[in-house]
Design a protein around this ligand. Structure first.
Ligand code: PLP
Length: 334
């Protein structure tokens, strides 16, 4: 468990490499971390929120995390989108792994808002809650140890650098972790080695993003986004029984479609269905709603963002900033 005395001692010796990196270093490009974090119930300076190199979570990936966005509104406030839903998934991820999580959904929801308030950020931002097994020696039984819990954040604008342009995407040669090998429904740190390998391969080959297939060769999702395929006015998306994350943006888009009378079929989606699709797009907290205009060398939807994608993207972009009355309960203003 976290002990402030250890942190105080460690922080004197700790060299915050992130802070020391030159301005143009790839670590820093576009990333400006908040100067204050919430760490096990207290607000502390970025430099004080340190952990040991022997941390179980660092060695074995035994942790869970979340990604939440806050958006600068026209009247200068920050709108935090679906905070409670993210924190519910966070606590559920801990439960799925069997972690001894000591904070409730309500406590975590307040911690997120406290971090936004304390940092006085006046731009779009990204919040990163994390719970990980702390110092636990080498025993792999993750249910034996307590967790350390933190909420930090960054100033953040665009994951793909301009959503309207359309992404060039490939099928990954890496298979998505199966439900028999891990817990794809948990946003667990260790699951993301699979995603990192796929993302690096895609970048190396000149693509913006990769799409994972599951063990039965159906489409799953991107490395950090859910996937939608539009065909004949309907939307297809893999169901939650495939090894995907239950994305909050995915759910948001499905709810929009219900209100617009657009049919969404949650079922297996094949590569062939995607190759002949009218439109394709990803959804995710970091990415937003982002069109895919090329998939495995095939042009999708004439190579430009489709009408349906644009409609859902515009709706999403106004809802997250608290500009749409019917969805205002999803937003907390700070
Ligand atoms: C593997 C994976 N799939 C899908 C998503 C999209 O989920 P959300 O819309 O909740 O951000 C994410 C991002 O959190 C993710 O990491």
């Amino acid at each position: 468990m976290f002990d402030q005395r250890h942190t105080d001692r460690a922080s004197k010796a700790y060299i915050p490499a992130f802070r020391q990196a030159p301005e143009n270093h790839s670590w820093r490009r576009g990333l400006e971390p908040f100067s204050k974090l919430w760490f096990n119930g207290r607000i502390v300076a970025f430099e004080s929120a340190v952990t040991s190199v022997l941390t179980h979570g660092l060695n074995y990936g035994t942790g869970v995390f979340e990604g939440i966005r806050g958006y600068k509104t026209k009247d200068g406030r920050i709108s935090v989108f679906r905070n409670k839903d993210h924190m519910t998934r966070f606590v559920e991820s801990c439960r799925m792994l069997g972690l001894k999580m000591q904070y409730s959904v309500d406590e975590m929801t307040s911690a997120v808002l406290q971090v936004v308030k304390e940092n006085h950020v006046a731009s779009d931002l990204y919040i990163r809650p994390i719970a990980y097994v702390g110092f636990g020696g080498i025993n792999l039984d993750l249910t034996r140890f307590g967790v350390d819990v933190a909420v930090g954040g960054f100033k953040f604008e665009d994951y793909f650098g301009g959503t309207a342009k359309g992404l060039k995407v490939c099928t990954s040669s890496w298979r998505k972790i199966s439900r028999g090998s891990s817990l794809p429904l948990a946003k667990a740190s260790g699951n993301y080695l699979n995603a990192c390998l796929a993302k690096a391969e895609a970048s190396r080959n000149g693509y913006d993003e990769a799409i994972f297939l599951d063990q039965d060769d159906n489409l799953c999702e991107g490395t950090g986004e859910n996937l939608f395929v539009a065909s004949g006015g309907k939307l297809l998306t893999p169901s939650l029984s495939s090894p995907i994350l239950n994305g909050i943006t995915r759910d948001t888009v499905i709810r929009f479609c219900e209100s617009l009378g657009i049919q969404v079929l949650e079922r297996d989606v094949t590569r062939g269905e995607a190759y002949r699709a009218d439109e394709m797009f990803f959804t995710g907290t970091a990415a937003g709603v982002v069109p895919i205009t090329e998939y495995d060398g095939r042009t999708i939807g004439g190579g430009i963002e489709g009408e349906l994608t644009a409609k859902l993207r515009n709706m999403y972009e106004s809802v997250v900033r608290g500009e749409s009355e019917p969805y205002i309960e999803w937003v907390t203003f700070v």
